[in-house]
Design a protein around this ligand. Sequence first.
Ligand code: G4P
Length: 524
Amino acid sequence: MTKQVQDQIQARRTFAIISHPDAGKTTMTEKLLFFGGAIRDAGTVKAKKTGKFATSDWMEIEKQRGISVTSSVMQFDYDDCRINILDTPGHQDFSEDTYRTLMAVDSAVMIVDAAKGIEAQTIKLFKVCRLRGIPIFTFINKLDRQGKEPLELMEELEEVLGIESYAMNWPIGMGKEFLGIYDRFNNRVEQFRTDEKERFLPLDEEGELAVDHSMKQTSYYKQALEDIMLLNEAGNDFDLEKLKNGKMTPVFFGSALTNFGVQTFLETYLQFAPTPQPRKTDAEEVINPVSEEFSGFIFKIQANMNPAHRDRIAFVRIVSGKFERGMTVTLSRTGKTFKLTQSTQFLADDRETVDVAVAGDIIGLHDTGSYQIGDTIVGGKKTFNYEKLPQFTPELFVRVTAKNVMKSKHFHKGIMQLVQEGAIQYYKTLHTEDVILGAVGQLQFEVFEHRMKNEYNVEVRMESIGNKIARWIQNESEVKESMSSPRSMLVRDRYDRYVFLFENDFAMRWFQDKNENIELFSLL
Ligand code: G4P
């Protein structure tokens, strides 16, 4: 591999922003894109109500609901880095898609609302990042409003998430009295709402403001100094090794909406964020990003992103080497070899043909139905598969039929495509082969219904069969179909594996008492 390509790979930073809805993920994304010069207007979040949408909201249904349903990818340059942000839907019902996106990044930025602290969705997403051991950077947002005490927020991080934290900076006042941040890392105070000239004030060796300034007399400044002293004495030390392993999170305070602290965050983030990381194959071989041969895996498939094109895009995280348009690759699952001629990269408000991309980048491939989520593609002669992407145990189930039986062909085609995309999970009953769909959240069904109608021209009837506990079976040969009952329904999944759908915890325990030899397991 040439030195030039190696340098390009080292310049990549690929991350996702995770947060509970409304914490400010969209606002933050837009400010970052703005700094990278990728968009001209950084104030577009406000425009949700006026009909202009955040650039990451693509699908029609997102527009109708004003939430982001699908993950998207945005690329921009800053300093000497090329940054890929993978947007994740904030709505809890789309956590499956979000989880898979987290498999394709090297680090995560966690946005926390200072008034609300750590919320439910943040905890879920955090756990997935934790599982992968990727570095997590925390941005505590909305300091321009009154929120919880900063020390309380730090405590919450440690107690609720169980991660050590290190404050890179510290707020001086809050809400109406927000004066700025004490930047421990850069040894300066950054003033809120001031002109550019006055923005940064240096600190002296004692860690006090080195210049004469009215701020010194305020109780907020004194309080911040006291807090910092406490952190210096009793807080964690900054530990790069722990940061890299996701065991310590650096914490930044700021206000995305007023664009305060965002640039400081970005610049510090770029210093510490990991470059593209190696990845394991399912045979435990480690593939290095700078290895000669191109390889990558598909973490997301999305149909009809642009209704004018009516196409399907498979999103590939490049793990190693260099992609060049027109190159020949092999799809490891099928062994089929083909040329990649139609490839896309994603910019803030557009996508364009990409000719060259390197490890760390995300490219979109035009898909006519050949790809599946989790597929590996390789450029060299030797084929292999990257470790399987985790599947998630659904909790909600519906029985689904086409309203018009004449549409049955379209119905099955639509279902199969949406299942392959990972939009929904597919099951069938044993003898009648009724279609049962599983989801993590209700909204997934609504999107399914909407897309069946709009993209496949099929109206569906969905009959809820409620919440179920889904369990797969370790020793399938022991299963007898007579074990199926209304309270412990036996079905098959899309890979033809047996799955029990238990009505509730009680039904599951009852079943286990009766059938001790059956070993049940759940997906993630
Ligand atoms: P999300 O993607 O995480 O769901 O959050 P989003 O950025 O859409 O922000 C949610 C709300 O919080 C928005 O207000 C946004 O303007 C506001 N917000 C984001 N960052 C800050 C901040 O630093 N300070 C303050 N005060 N507010 C912030 P909204 O009223 O729900 O929407 P809109 O009417 O502004 O569109």
